[in-house]
Design a protein around this ligand. Sequence first.
Ligand code: ADP
Length: 448
Amino acid sequence: MTIQKLLIANRGEIALRIHRACHELGIKTVAVHSTADADAMHVRLADEAVCIGPPPAKDSYLNVANIISAAEITHADAVHPGYGFLSENAQFAEIVESHNLIWVGPKPEHIRIMGDKIEAKNTAAKLGLPLVPGSPGPLHSVDEAKLIAREIGYPVLVKAASGGGGRGMKVVPSEDQLESLMGQASSEANAAFGDPTVYMEKYLGDPRHIEFQVFGDGNGKAIHLGERDCSIQRRHQKVIEEAPSPVISADQRAEMGALVAQAMAEMGYRGAGTIEFLYEDGKFYFIEMNTRLQVEHPVTELISDIDLVAEQIRVAQGDGLSVTQSQVQLHGHAIECRINAEDPQTFAPSPGLVKNYVAPGGMHVRVDSGLYAGYKVPPYYDSMIGKLIVYGIDRESCIRRLKRALEEFVVEGMKTTVPLHQRIIATDAFKTGDYTIKWLERWLDESP
Ligand code: ADP
């Protein structure tokens, strides 16, 4: 079935990104929004808009009944969830499908499996992906945990099975602290996710975060589009992402890519997915799979020339993948900076009225943002106000172009992280690509 009208169940830059792909494909769009987002760019551009509730996300962007009603009254025939909010909610996917709407996302059963990190690890192991050494399943008692920790060696990491955003995660340096930290991780997990289940992993000292973009047609065909390096992180949140990774060779990419694509083919995975690994001493360790589009998907688009949202829509309406693995030609280099409305030193949120806005432009410079002069950034949601994504024929020219583009970026009326990005990309560590997931925090501590 060909999608005629698609409801975008999200907000901000990703809602605009989805709208753009739809209009290029001749698909009409329906924006749903909270009262706080009535003036948002994607709401202005969409063919139709429906207000689905007050500012708190639980009453609007997470309000399943209102979103489904909006689809029904506008006669939309598909729903794209974007990232965050309901994008990895298997029950929502099922509800969408049971209303005879096309769900632009993976099969609900795969969302469910990968949403439970223990089940995800077991599935990954069965599919032949390398894991971080750890407990074979949930931890049932402190005594059991002690035995496993002795075997894998301290420090260990206790993680929430339903975790996300780095919550419910505790590093345990030695046995005497295991009981109390395990208790803390479990109660934090219960408070945040309503599930106290925790498991254990070896704590890797200084890894990189490297993830593979995969795509499946749902019928046993799957491809990979290379990796992204997302090691520039603060508090487990990605700040800068790049593709390809500065430390992965073409052989490693081909080998790991084939492994993840094969795993997705065996699963019968449908749509876009990301397989996240930690990478240390030349080895990959699976940590989780995200069954949705990622914030950092544009860096992959720039080096593959594939529109990932258009590809999601193709697959969702049953047209299959647009390319085979051998047709995928990765080239050049791309870097993304997440621009947040935050103080670049203290990271305090800085929402408010945009007094002036000038986005950078020129060759190979892309800005995904719903910002415009006169727009008021609401305080209720995530502080990311846009993404700057730059392409170059190689990493060095990409960094030079990024520096030039950041110089042009003007947002008046609030603090942004543009100056932080300017400082990061000027460091030797960034220029040489010699950084790990610990680097940014260490550098911030040392260079106030
Ligand atoms: P979440 O879903 O909460 O984001 P992840 O499992 O994706 O949790 O881990 C988030 C981040 O935590 C990783 O990008 C990495 O920085 C760190 N991390 C996770 N597992 C380990 C580990 N075993 N050793 C060291 N760091 C880890």
